[in-house]
Design a binder for this molecule. Structure first.
Ligand code: ADP
Length: 314
């Protein structure tokens, strides 16, 4: 088996004078769910479109399971399933007809058992005879996932899969993606909903202005850039000076009998507790909060992502 599901080497693409993707290199292993994040205009769709062959590679190289997408286009096209951001449907076909003929586009024979599994699992069975133009937005999205998977691709690309999707459907789509992944399909996800990347992915790449600005394991990315917040509860409001922590060069904030620390640059809770112990200060409770990916994103790109609460201390 190939060691990489997707290998991108020095990939660039310009539109006129605008360099949309600049010397991008990354590798995704078989079985991963990998997130490609970035603000609007970062170059994510241009990258995806080069992988799927929808647009020509400017320069560089892309391999899917060891096959060049330039030299082995027909094969790599079959190995990839893509769900695009925009809703693309065959307006007058019913779901049943559209899904039946779709695997033929890849030269793959229709497999009724697999087709039925997808339709059932995605809740499409009660809607089989409805024409596409009569489907709700949520049903269209579910159909598009079924369509992306009908030819049993080994690499599933989801380009902003839950944009404009309600919470319930979003969660059921995530569950389905996990299920497909557990059965062996590698997943590349682009999103600017950071919650999606946090929930689904182990490794995350962040693009900005066409370039890769981070590529790391999720936890490492969070630890490296965002810092954890630690709150200590003392038996009485602190009477000592913050100078006792000067050796750690750490910022502190006092709220009643609580002290809040921002754990950055390799400072561990133990370093702080040791200082408190040396100064005979009694600690009643310790609470640490995980940083949010949105702060990492903001630090790296300077742009606010579409997301939820802020719970760390950048
Ligand atoms: P993202 O998917 O991260 O939002 P895109 O890949 O769509 O980013 O866009 C990257 C850059 O390339 C943007 O500056 C965008 O305006 C430009 N761009 C994308 N597609 C085209 C196109 N067909 N023609 C001209 N410029 C484009």
């Amino acid at each position: 088996m190939s060691l990489t599901a997707l290998k991108i080497e020095n990939l660039s693409k310009s539109y006129g004078k605008r360099l949309a993707v600049k010397e991008l290199s990354l590798e995704i292993s078989p079985g991963e769910i990998f997130a490609l994040l970035g603000p609007n205009g970062a170059g994510k769709s241009t990258t995806i479109n080069m992988i799927t062959g929808a647009i020509r590679i400017g320069s560089g190289r892309i391999e899917v399971f060891g096959h060049s997408i330039r030299k082995d286009y027909l094969l790599t096209r079959r190995l990839i399933g893509v769900m695009h951001q925009e809703i693309v449907i065959d307006t007058f076909f019913t779901i049943n007809r559209a899904i039946k003929i779709h695997s033929g586009y890849y030269g793959v024979p229709d497999d009724p058992a697999w087709r039925n599994t997808l339709l059932e699992r995605l809740g499409l069975v009660p809607h089989l005879d409805k024409p596409m133009n009569k489907l709700s937005g949520g049903l269209k999205r579910r159909f598009m996932i079924a369509k992306a998977l009908i030819h049993k691709p080994r690499l599933l690309i989801l380009d902003e899969p839950t944009a404009g999707v309600d919470v319930e459907l979003r969660h059921s789509l995530w569950e389905f993606v996990r299920e497909i992944n557990a059965k062996g399909t590698t997943v590349l996800l682009t999103t600017h909903y950071l919650e999606e990347a946090e929930q689904l992915c182990e490794r995350i790449a962040i693009m900005d202005n066409g370039s890769l600005v981070a590529l790391e394991n999720k936890e490492k990315l969070l630890d490296r850039l965002a810092g954890r917040k630690m709150t200590l509860t003392l038996d009485t409001p602190p009477t000592f000076s913050g100078d006792i922590f000067s050796s750690l060069n750490i910022s502190t904030q006092v709220e009643g009998n609580k002290i809040i620390f921002c754990l950055k640059d390799g400072i561990l809770p133990g370093n702080i507790l040791q200082i408190l112990q040396q100064n005979n200060i009694q600690v009643l409770d310790i609470e640490t909060e995980k940083p949010a990916l949105e702060d990492v994103f903001l630090t790296l790109t300077g742009k606010k992502p579409l997301t939820r609460k802020n719970n760390n201390c950048l």
